[in-house]
Design a protein around this ligand. Structure first.
Ligand code: CDP
Length: 239
């Protein structure tokens, strides 16, 4: 047993933070919070606090990256030095490069890049406070920021993880569950078409456990999608 590891992660059919197996942590999203960005969103998800800002379509620098037939989407995921309990060394590292890449791939599928040839759409995700599930929080906030910027998109992209903790399949792992649990499965979807644009796995599942966790994560994504829509409705009205 590691230092700080709880004896059990599931007690009397509940998780250590009192949640049911299929319960999300509380989520709040506010659209349009930054004056100087073309679009932005602030998200709180359990202990995660995330700011997403979007710029563009705008001129591409360096110019050789420009594509004659479409816009390029660039995503940068950054964890603030003070966002985790052990200070995070500022600047890019392997983890943030990987998360930036999977975030771009999760989002570029829905953005109508062909409408804006020779331009760039830039998305910046700043993790101000981290408590597991920051890639899902970042993708969720970024897609609201893109919508807030008025960038034409086929859909929003909600994301949510499921995992295996103390032998149980549970939704939306917190940091203790992420650190000491058996597996984590972050997923992002496009709710209208039901496509999966992010699927990663850390740890081990049996095939049956994987299928159960995958279905649960998709259910979580659909709940997150409702909260994204409410945030946009609150700012812009409509149904
Ligand atoms: O955040 P996410 O679950 O998408 O990614 P992860 O790489 O599985 O990280 C899980 C959690 O570990 C993060 O959300 C942080 O709470 C924590 N972490 C940390 O404490 N220090 C780091 N340098 C990186 C992550």
């Amino acid at each position: 047993m590691k230092v700080g590891e709880p004896e059990r992660l599931i007690i009397d059919g509940k998780r250590l933070d009192g949640r049911a197996f299929d319960e999300l942590r509380p989520i709040k999203i506010e659209a349009g919070v930054l004056k100087r960005a073309d679009g932005s969103a602030y998200l709180e998800w359990g202990g995660n606090k995330v700011m997403a800002a979007c710029y563009g379509p705008r001129e591409v620098h360096p110019r050789h990256l420009a594509r004659p037939d479409s816009a390029i989407l660039r995503c940068i995921y950054n964890m603030a030095a003070f966002s985790v309990s052990d200070r995070k060394r500022p600047g890019p590292d392997r983890r943030s490069v990987e998360i930036s890449k999977v975030t771009r791939e999760a989002l570029e599928h829905v953005v109508f890049t062909h409408l804006f040839p020779r331009t760039a759409i830039d998305v910046f995700i700043e993790i101000l406070q981290a408590n597991a599930g920051t890639r899902c929080s970042g993708i969720t906030a970024a897609s609201v920021a893109l919508a807030d910027a008025g960038i034409p998109m086929a859909d929003l992209v909600p994301a949510c993880a499921a995992g295996k903790v103390g032998g149980e399949i549970v939704l939306d792992l917190n940091d203790v569950e992420d650190n000491y649990g058996e597996a984590d499965l972050p997923v992002a979807i496009t709710p209208k078409k039901g496509e999966v644009t992010l699927l990663q796995m850390d740890g081990n599942f049996t095939r049956e456990e994987f299928e159960k966790a995958f279905k649960l994560a998709i259910k979580g994504c659909k709940k997150v999608h409702k909260i994204q829509k409410e945030a946009l409705r609150k700012k812009y009205g409509g149904t």
